[in-house]
Design a protein around this ligand. Structure first.
Ligand SMILES: [Zn+2]
Length: 69
């Protein structure tokens, strides 16, 4: 039997503070240069070409939390 009283615990998880204070959903998607929804070219820092695309994308992703089918 091995005494595991000093078991290493993963406490290295450092969650970044949202300094910008994002209003709602966290930006989980990386910017890839095109709209995630319609593939329209956008700035390198943007993920969607418009708010409508963003909303539609997240709506399809169902990130708002389970719409029981
Ligand atoms: Zn788009």
């Amino acid at each position: 039997m091995i005494d595991q009283s000093s078991r290493p615990t993963p406490r290295e998880m450092r969650l970044p503070q949202d300094e910008q204070g994002f209003p709602r959903r966290p930006p989980a998607l990386p910017a890839k240069g095109t709209c995630w929804y319609c593939e329209h070219p956008v700035d390198n820092v943007r993920r969607f070409c418009s708010v409508a695309c963003r909303d539609d994308y997240y709506e399809e992703e169902g990130e708002t939390g389970g719409n029981g089918s």
